[in-house]
Design a protein around this ligand. Structure first.
Ligand SMILES: Cc1cc2nc3c(=O)[nH]c(=O)nc-3n(C[C@H](O)[C@H](O)[C@H](O)COP(=O)(O)OP(=O)(O)OC[C@H]3O[C@@H](n4cnc5c(N)ncnc54)[C@H](O)[C@@H]3O)c2cc1C
Length: 459
């Protein structure tokens, strides 16, 4: 990912407009006792507020939902065992240093949330995914990643532009992945990106799979004890009186000052604006003056992953192992134990069926009874019939979310070098932040935190 970071710097030097816009903004020092308005109380907005708070700069957060946290959304199934699952962001990565540092600061414990992956493939259950991957392909794949990591920055720059012109599926095929190996890579990597890897820039994928330290399992390493939302709560506790929930921004007028018009006839006024809304929501705000055409068309081009989480509570944990997860070629797609580390005082447990792309959209539209049947069929080759153990279900389909229309941004073929720089520009008194604008941890909570912090630092 460093190469991407380098690209953005180079682009800023080469493109006068971008350089001018950022530097003009950066040089304006906010006079004393002035105010910053923040749109969104997700991780980017809360982090921006936290940084402004530390610097003694006044701010107000406007949040459209009746809750904070945005796409970080922990859910309790209630009852005496109070099992908590994540309906939004799940894993904290070993290399997510900012998030881990905040957890340490707020005394939030991180549980190990790594899994040992099984598979159901062509009707057969395998208790270890490695049993069906071919040794030859594994060697080739590891070498591809190692070769990329060993490139000089100049070599990387040339290759990155080539990679961005192709998709990850094509790249794998062109490098000898076929048959079962290709089917498995497709299932696993599409789970990471939330859409088919035929839609994903090979540069985005290469960046993701080469940025892990040896201790990390693809950044699927930890989860905050008691739910990831606890970090949002801990941040909020510092400045709760400055957050206004149920307040959707509908219009932004920028003159000498910024006037922000919201639902409920509420108007906020400030000197600067940090907008952390996902691109769909940004494009629904009436901007005066309007956003530049290049930014608007970039927002229209960027897709967000359609992910559906169907969390199913079972009376009995028939899957046995606490660290159970499984990739399948069945409709349920990817299953994992959503209540790992919470099983000491209960027999119950939650399996989450994590579906992506078209599968997610289909499954989200069906009834609980249909989904229970689907779960039963998907798991049958491994466990026989399990529907008699179902005790409850909770569904969260992000593809229809009012504000994001997806789980996280997916940069497609050719989009990284084209639309990322167009989105990542200030607009008069407004700075944009959010996971989609992170050049190192896009699609992760870490990326949201990083961009929120960076926006506050610029002010
Ligand atoms: C299913 C799923 C799985 C994920 N898995 C992981 C994972 O395992 N690990 C990981 O690190 N990350 C994961 N993520 C990604 C992670 O959740 C996001 O990257 C991160 O939470 C985004 O934060 P944000 O602040 O950029 O945006 P958001 O959380 O979307 O915050 C933006 C806020 O702005 C508000 N808003 C929007 N429009 C307006 C408006 N007009 N007026 C007022 N408020 C508005 C929204 O309501 C929202 O609260 C996952 C996400 C999903 C959905």
């Amino acid at each position: 990912m460093n190469s991407r970071r380098q690209f953005i710097k180079n682009a800023a030097l080469a493109g006068g407009g971008l350089l001018l816009a950022s530097s003009v903004f950066a040089n304006i020092v906010l006079p004393n006792r002035k105010k910053v308005i923040i749109i969104g109380a997700g991780f980017a907005g809360l982090m921006a507020a936290y940084e402004l708070d530390k610097r003694g700069i006044d701010f107000e957060i406007l949040e459209a939902r009746d809750r904070i946290g945005g796409r970080v959304y922990s859910h309790s199934f209630g009852g005496p065992d109070n099992l908590i699952v994540e309906l939004g962001a799940e894993w904290v990565g070993e290399d997510h240093h900012l998030l881990r540092q905040l957890c340490a600061e707020f005394n939030l414990h991180l549980d190990n949330n790594q899994f040992d992956t099984r598979a159901i493939y062509k009707g057969q259950f395998y208790d270890d995914l490695k049993k069906i991957e071919s040794h030859e392909w594994m060697v080739t794949y590891e070498k591809l990643l190692a070769d990329y990591k060993s490139l000089t920055p100049e070599q990387k720059d040339i290759l990155d532009h080539k990679l961005d012109k192709t998709d990850w599926w094509r790249f794998l095929v062109d490098h000898g992945c076929s048959g079962t190996d290709l089917d498995l890579r497709d299932l696993i990597d599409s789970t990471d990106f939330g859409e088919s890897i035929r839609e994903v820039s090979a540069l985005a994928a290469m960046g993701e799979y080469t940025s892990n330290s040896p201790a990390s399992r693809n950044q699927m390493d930890y989860k905050i004890t008691g739910g990831n939302s606890r970090l949002a709560d801990a941040l909020m506790a510092r400045f709760e009186h400055k957050i206004r929930k149920n307040t959707q921004v509908i219009k932004v007028v920028q003159r000498n000052k910024v006037k922000v018009y919201c639902t409920g006839n509420y108007i906020a006024e400030g000197d600067r604006l940090i907008c952390t809304a996902p691109t769909f929501a940004v494009s629904r705000i009436a901007w005066d003056p309007i956003l530049p055409e290049s930014m608007l068309s970039a927002m229209q081009a960027l897709e967000y992953a359609r992910i559906n989480k169907n969390a199913v509570l079972f009376r009995k944990r028939f899957w046995g192992d606490d660290a159970f997860d499984m990739i399948t070629d069945m409709p349920g797609h990817y299953f994992y134990h959503g209540t790992k580390n919470q099983t000491q005082n209960t027999k119950r447990g939650v399996l989450i069926s994590y579906t992506i792309g078209d599968k997610a959209a289909v499954i989200a539209n069906q009834s609980d009874a249909w989904r229970a049947d689907m779960m039963d069929q998907s798991l049958y080759p491994a466990f026989g019939s399990v529907s008699q153990y179902i005790d409850g279900q909770e569904l969260q389909y992000w593809g229809n979310d009012n504000f994001s229309k997806g789980a996280y941004a997916v940069y497609g073929k050719g989009q990284w070098f084209d639309i990322f720089p167009r989105l990542n520009k200030p607009h008069l008194h407004t700075l944009f932040a959010g996971e989609h604008l992170s050049d190192s941890w896009g699609g992760f909570m870490e990326g949201a935190l990083e961009t929120g912090k960076a926006a506050a630092e610029k002010i």
